[in-house]
Design a protein around this ligand. Structure first.
Ligand code: TYD
Length: 139
């Protein structure tokens, strides 16, 4: 769907274990300004429920698994992140919800900008209006 796609990372595998390099502007399409990770999520918890106006992110479940629902006003997709080799790019104006975190899940997020609450849209009806405008202009 628009502004969302999976990225396959390549591991350097050896008898000593696996190493996954991620290079800005190479394996992912932006320069990383911020990294954060989510872990210790209690069973049954849902997170997210927001969109960003400008932010680009790549989500990687480096341990365990999690489901990510992504939405525009006209499209919807669920992706299971269950491998340290799989990334999910989420660009601007995408509603996301994260759920079914496994007990051992560690969700690593690479972000294109520093944290700023003014970039969030946390109200779904406001998101629908702004996303409709955004995708109309993008087409
Ligand atoms: P939020 O993005 O709402 O988490 P989620 O979408 O996973 O439910 O962030 C939760 C809280 O953490 C919120 O109060 C803002 C804060 N926060 C930071 O201070 N810095 C950050 O980089 C992020 C992502 C969140």
């Amino acid at each position: 769907m628009k502004n969302v796609y999976e990225i396959d990372f390549k591991a350097n595998m050896s008898n000593f274990g696996n190493l996954v390099p991620i290079e800005a502007m190479n394996s992912i399409p932006f320069s990383v300004k911020r990294v954060y990770y989510i872990y210790g999520v209690p069973s049954g918890t849902k997170r997210g429920f927001h969109s960003h106006i400008n932010l680009q992110q790549v989500l990687i479940c480096v341990s365990g698994s999690v489901k990510i629902l992504t939405k525009t006003p006209s499209e919807e997709e669920v992706i299971t992140l269950d491998s340290p080799l799989k990334g999910l790019y989420i660009g601007p104006m995408i509603w996301r919800e994260m759920y079914e975190f496994s007990d051992n899940a560690v969700l690593l997020v690479l972000a294109s900008e520093h944290y700023t609450e003014t970039d969030y849209i946390r109200d779904y009806s406001k998101f629908e209006i702004l996303a409709n405008e955004y995708f109309k202009e993008a087409n």
